[in-house]
Design a protein around this ligand. Structure first.
Ligand SMILES: CC(C)(COP(=O)(O)OP(=O)(O)OC[C@H]1O[C@@H](n2cnc3c(N)ncnc32)[C@H](O)[C@@H]1OP(=O)(O)O)[C@@H](O)C(=O)NCCC(=O)NCCS
Length: 331
């Protein structure tokens, strides 16, 4: 019998309608379009503004988009993995709620949190469940409402992040397509440089923590940038070498959209042509767990069966890694 690999067989996405442009940010903090564009590549981002709607709202929309496109009965889904750094609430699992809402009543579900690497780690987890032979349909959703944890008076963070969601379906493949190899890394040295200090078990919410703005993302951008550039480029180069892939063999780089300069540095190290680097950071900013599936969704029509794709991400913790995957279908 042929070895079972885990292939992506469907993609869906959702972004909120509200657009926050660089021009509007200029009126909120001391910044300007030229600085944001040259330092990050971001022009605008989407925000989920409606009161009472959270990460699950976008996750459900993205999953429903996938179900419709794939003509899939949600009852056939075995497992829902919800990659997110902004769950609806600290306890009850967002993924469980999402699974029930989309009608995946035969699935079990859980949340996976690895900051901006959540979706990449989720690809590894989804693929392992499929390769085990125990599960046939695993829905991996990446969704984050970053606007719920961003201080819109802090120019170091508010220019970067946006809200959005994407979903992919993993299924078994016996043609050798799907996930081929992965390098996943983490290092707790990163905790000091990118974090939300309060609201967890060390520093529970109090009047003091709210006053001190400790429920918002804090980022030492310069340090994170340094680690992100070397981390993402290192693993991407290594996974190419380990699989005897030259830059000619690679069709696409699907990299976490945190900063255009980090993506370019990774592509350069891999020796890749600009045309092979998928980019949509200008439209959405950094949507954390949603960047990779939003790229797949935006560029789905260009992907061909058998294409060699390198996925790469870097996030808080620190967490980072690269995945080599062979695309399984042509639209
Ligand atoms: C945040 C980030 C865009 C800042 O870019 P940078 O080139 O490192 O900028 P610096 O922080 O060194 O700041 C350079 C100058 O611009 C200023 N500046 C910072 N933010 C600014 C803004 N929004 N608008 C205008 N000026 C700004 C700084 O105060 C600094 O001024 P100074 O030189 O007078 O002190 C960049 O560090 C970054 O992208 N980091 C990694 C982010 C990331 O990947 N995060 C998520 C990981 S998943």
């Amino acid at each position: 019998m042929n070895k079972i690999t885990a292939a992506i067989t469907a993609v869906g996405s959702y972004v909120p309608d509200f657009v926050l442009s660089n021009q509007v940010l200029e009126t909120l903090v001391d910044t300007n379009d030229e600085w944001i564009t040259t330092r990050t590549g971001i022009k605008e981002r989407r925000l989920l503004k409606e009161e009472g709607k959270g990460t699950s709202f976008m996750a459900i929309k993205a999953a429903q988009n996938l179900l419709e496109k794939a003509n899939l009965d949600p009852k056939d889904i075995d497992l829902v993995i919800m990659a997110t750094a902004t769950p609806d609430m600290p306890v009850a699992s967002t993924g469980v709620y999402v699974a029930t809402q989309i009608g995946a009543t035969n699935a079990f579900a859980f949340d996976l949190q690895a900051a901006c690497s959540s979706f990449l780690y989720g690809m590894s987890a989804a693929s392992a469940y499929i390769a085990s032979g125990k599960y046939k349909k695993v829905l991996l959703i990446g969704s984050d409402k970053m606007s719920s944890i961003i201080d819109y008076t802090d120019r170091a963070t508010c220019i970067i992040f946006g809200d959005g969601a994407g979903a992919v379906l993993f299924e078994p493949n016996t043609e050798g397509l799907g996930l081929q190899d992965e390098i996943l890394k983490s290092d707790g040295i990163g905790r000091e440089f990118l974090k939300i200090e309060a609201g967890g078990s060390i520093l529970p919410a109090s009047e003091e923590t709210v006053k001190n703005k400790q429920h918002f993302v804090f980022q030492d951008g310069k340090t994170v940038f340094k680690y992100a550039v070397s981390g993402m480029a290192d693993v991407s180069e290594k996974i190419m070498q380990r699989n005897n892939l030259s830059h000619d063999d690679i069709n696409w780089l699907v990299a976490h959209q945190a900063n255009r300069r980090i993506i370019d540095a990774t592509a350069n190290r891999m020796g890749l042509d600009e045309a092979k680097v998928l980019i949509n950071i200008q439209k959405y900013g950094n949507t954390t767990s949603a960047t990779l599936p939003l790229l797949l969704s935006d560029f789905e029509n260009q992907l061909k069966k058998g294409d060699n794709i390198i996925f790469a991400a870097f996030g808080g913790g620190f967490t980072w890694g690269a995945i080599y995957l062979k695309w399984a279908y042509t639209k």
